[in-house]
Design a protein around this ligand. Sequence first.
Ligand code: UTP
Length: 295
Amino acid sequence: MTHIRKAVFPVAGMGTRFLPATKSIPKEMLPLVDRPLIQYAVDEARAAGIEEFIFVTAAGKGALEDYFDTAAALEQRLTDAGKTDALEALERTRMPEGALAFVRQNNPKGLGHAVRLAQRLVGDEPFAVLLPDDVIRAPQGALSQMVAAHAENRGHMVATMEVPRAKTSSYGILDVSRQNGRLSFAKGMVEKPQPDQAPSTNAIIGRYILEPSIFGRLANLGPGAGGELQLTDAINADLKEVGVMGFQFEGERFDCGSVQGFVQATAAFALDRADLHAELVAFLRTRTAPLRQVA
Ligand code: UTP
């Protein structure tokens, strides 16, 4: 058992970068190879020892809630037909009864607002936040790595990765005072700085372990970048009293909230699959060879 028992999955965003697909399908239900994005995040949380899963959802996200329900009629039909492979595929979606909770965000006022709505369910203990559109391919789940590091270093912890300086304006960036292996101790955070103003190239991505003091900060937060309630602003406000650490996880992160990142993740995860690898490589070769000749 770990000291982090609860995870919040903010999934109430509009997913405008994936229109028209997200007009009727939640972004988190888009399949990466054959599993929806949300399954990757839930699997990572389960591997880290999470026992309670709190989803912040919104109108139009019904498919996501149904996904984790038991599909009794379907399971019976598959059992009758002796389709054991298909039954095994469903096994992943099975969650212990009572382990899932859903709260609604009526207006997408930002990630900070979404996390604040989970306060009653989280209570007074440190908890994890996972953004399912950040998919991490790693030998050991990124959240498991963070939970282990957090057990020895209390305070707010954000997952970080190095980005090219030209890309700093797409991320929250840490101002680092001290580095100790994968851990960096922050003296500040800047939301989406221009490359020449970024204090480092240590970018924050969608995994957090937060102390419960964050809820007090979120309650007093005004709108930040883009007019939204920004989670990074609330974490920043706790910098002196609680402390903020960056954890540079081992692994590769894909931004599946963007079409480019999603396509790359699809290729990477398909290439990992023994049953898909050879044919996919052969296919990609037929497509990329002419390009190489032109270059
Ligand atoms: P994004 O910035 O990716 O926004 O949110 P989005 O609405 O999902 O997608 P685009 O930019 O319109 O394409 C990051 C995470 O925060 C959640 C999203 O669901 C996503 O997991 N979020 C964002 C909320 O739950 N509520 C919000 O008000 C905003």
